[in-house]
Design a protein around this ligand. Sequence first.
Ligand code: ATP
Ligand code: MG
Length: 429
Amino acid sequence: MKPGETVTTILVVDDEPANLSLLNHLLRPFYQVRAANSGENALRAATSEPRPDLILLDVMMPGMNGYEVLAHLRKHPATADIAVIFVTALTDADDEEHGLALGAADYIAKPITPAVVLARVRTQLENKRARDWMVNKNQVLEAEVARRVAVQRDLQGQLLQADKLAAIGLLSAGVAHEINNPVGFVSANLGALRDYTDCLLDIAALCDEALRHEADTEVFRQTMWRLRQKLQDADFDFIRQDMPHLLHESAEGLDRIKKIVGDLKNFAHADNDEWQMADINANLKSTLNLARNEIKYKATVNADYGELPPVRCHPGRINQVLLNLLVNAAQAIDQSGQIRIKTWLKDDEVCIAISDSGCGISEVAMGRIFEPFYTTKPIGKGTGLGLSLAFGIVRGHGGRIEVVSTVGEGTCFTVVLPVAGPAAAPAEV
Ligand SMILES: Nc1ncnc2c1ncn2[C@@H]1O[C@H](COP(=O)(O)OP(=O)(O)OP(=O)(O)O)[C@@H](O)[C@H]1O
Ligand SMILES: [Mg+2]
């Protein structure tokens, strides 16, 4: 045998030693031969090493006969695929049919003709080799498919991340502006509050002095005079009015900063793999807050939030979809227009419609807008990934995106999400 070649093993089963010997002599020059002299021994031999590639099985044997042996072999996964040729003196057509129905590969009549035995054996071994080759090929193909699916999933994840980073880049100027504005007036308010505090501390110090010299009429009188003077100079009535106003305004400014930073943090936060029950209206409001700067110079926003139950979803991903739709709507408007947002519950689905009074989408473009990298925007303005990613995310949630558009009038994108999330095992998003 050449190196690398595998040994082909044949198990011959017969209760008659002369028959065993005959088959052994005939096959030994070409194959490794093992022998069993009963049905019970045949079953043992079939599961021990070296496993037979083919079994030549006598039918009429005391104890377990050939049919029973075959039935046992077929029942067990380890031996179910071993090809079996019956070698028998029973040449009745019914017997042959019975054996073949049980799963025998072939039938050889006794007394045997060596050439016939060798030819039939060779045929069965070639069939087995072809079967093994197919199984092998399938395994290789399956492994390749699994590898490609994993690569694609990985790429999809990277794309989503890249899109998110691009969105954060796009939003950062607006967010910085949103933060700068309150930072400006809070710091101005703090300046005024510092002056007021100095003044109030002076007044408190004079009150303290007056109280400490209560017994000394002259000092007390002078201190009271200075106190009155101070109150007049400082315009105490105005301080009393202005101070709560400045404090209230500053607290509001800090809340705005806190909110926008929270929204950004929410958006940038990578979704962990867990599905969550999320308030879609709250998500929409927070995403809109982030995109406000992208929108406010172009469009007025009208929002009509319907009452929605919590939706099983990946909130970060849904935010990504909503942001893409809001930014698309703003970018579709040339000078000034309107963006309408509406949410409602229909049966067991939540619908989110984002419509704009922008340029609209032509019939030709409509067929392509969900294609990756399809964009009509100038370089640097759009990569053409927004809608294709949105499509993938929404489909992963068991939902859909519907579009209605009229050129020159506007477009409405509606995201429909099942409240319960995807029906089957949660799909990859
Ligand atoms: N609301 C809309 N009105 C008009 N055209 C739209 C609207 N939304 C999308 N489109 C069209 O669909 C194209 C693809 O949109 P998509 O969001 O996938 O990519 P993009 O906005 O061009 O780039 P990106 O989202 O990667 O920044 C857009 O270039 C535009 O032509
Ligand atoms: Mg886009």
